[in-house]
Design a protein around this ligand. Structure first.
Ligand code: TXA
Ligand code: MG
Length: 314
């Protein structure tokens, strides 16, 4: 990993052209998506992708999500069953990732897939991500732009705090509106929910009109989002609390008010958008973090998934 000053770019066309040129030169560039900020590199270049793992300190057996501008670009990389067409129609561009068998002759670096014969692909909705994909003109591999195991970034300041000096540039276009990573659905053999995320599982199931399986731990899918301790603040995190520990802080929700409140009105979309930013803020207070109960419905399932990983033994 090279030590270099990280340029802060805007979403203006001239800046995005610069970001695209950096990607074409094999550099790593962080950019906003509607879910969280991604750390992008040319998905067809092994050395460019290796630079992502180096900047993140990420174990290289974890496969990455590839971002493309539209469904046609996705179809060129992976097999396209009817289930994929249904979900892409319903949710792309947007916070949904599909895992599908790679097509023979595809250009994706094997470092992206960690040697698997499937690819996780998504079409982001964020205008700056869309414009960057079109300026670059190819698939961009991008995990979340945080050091491995740390809290995901939902604005450029979070990215710089974790990766400043380790990547070429970051595109700053304000906070990410969804605030949680994409929902990942595996379609390689029967639809399975691989990670809850920005599209509630109920909505995926309604669009598919078939039940969505869940992965069991012994399936051994190498998803860091499935590692027990992930998204972890430095401080100890405890869940389903109505008050803070002595000297601790409370992350509130609804009527249970705290040091910060995910959504005073009890709105789960607002809570998702605030989740990682509030965890970053509370983490800087160096005190144990208690978290109020969050309902398990809709986006609450993904919020609770991230909170359980933040609270897991490490
Ligand atoms: O919202 C998001 O998905 C963000 C933004 C930047 O797009 N990206 C993101 O990437 O969360 P990352 O690398 O942090 O998470 C990618 C997840 C991992 O859990 C990985 O293991 C899983 O996708 N994954 C990637 N390829 C896979 C495959 N072929 N089979 C199963 N899981 C896969
Ligand atoms: Mg991540």
């Amino acid at each position: 990993m090279s030590q270099e000053p990280t340029s802060v770019l805007t979403a203006a066309p001239s800046d995005l052209a610069r970001a695209a040129a950096l990607l074409q030169a094999g550099k790593q560039v962080a950019f906003p998506t509607e879910t969280v900020c991604g750390l992008g590199a040319d998905a067809t270049s092994g050395t460019a992708v290796a630079g992502i793992f180096a900047a993140k300190d990420r174990p290289s057996f974890n496969p990455l999500i590839v971002h493309v501008a539209d469904t046609a670009a996705a179809c060129g990389l992976v097999e396209w069953p009817e289930t994929a067409a249904k979900l892409a129609d319903a949710f792309w561009p947007g916070p949904l990732t599909l895992v599908l068998p790679l097509r023979p002759g595809h250009p994706i670096s094997s470092l992206v897939t960690a040697g698997l014969d499937t690819l996780a692909v998504r079409v982001p909705a964020h205008p700056a991500a869309q414009a960057l994909l079109r300026a670059f003109g190819g698939p961009i591999a991008a995990p979340s732009a945080n050091r491995s195991g740390q809290i995901s970034p939902t604005n450029a300041a979070h990215v710089l705090a974790g990766l400043g000096g380790r990547i070429a540039a970051v595109v700053d276009d304000g906070p990410c509106v969804v605030g949680l990573e994409s929902t990942i659905v595996g379609l390689a053999d029967g639809p399975v929910l691989l990670r809850p995320g920005g599209v509630p599982a109920e909505q995926v199931q309604a669009a598919l009109k078939v039940p969505l399986g869940a992965v069991s731990p012994q399936d051994g899918i190498t998803a860091p989002g499935q590692l027990k301790s992930h998204y972890a603040p430095a401080a100890r995190v405890t869940l389903n609390r109505k008050s803070a520990d002595p000297g601790g802080v409370l992350l509130g929700f609804g009527d249970i008010d705290g040091t910060l409140n995910l959504s005073p009105g009890g709105d789960l979309a607002e809570a998702a958008a605030n989740l990682f930013d509030h965890l970053h803020r509370l983490d800087r207070m160096n005190a144990p973090i208690a978290v109020a109960p969050i309902p398990e419905t809709g986006l609450g399932a993904a919020i609770n998934d991230r909170l359980q990983r933040a609270a897991a033994e490490r």
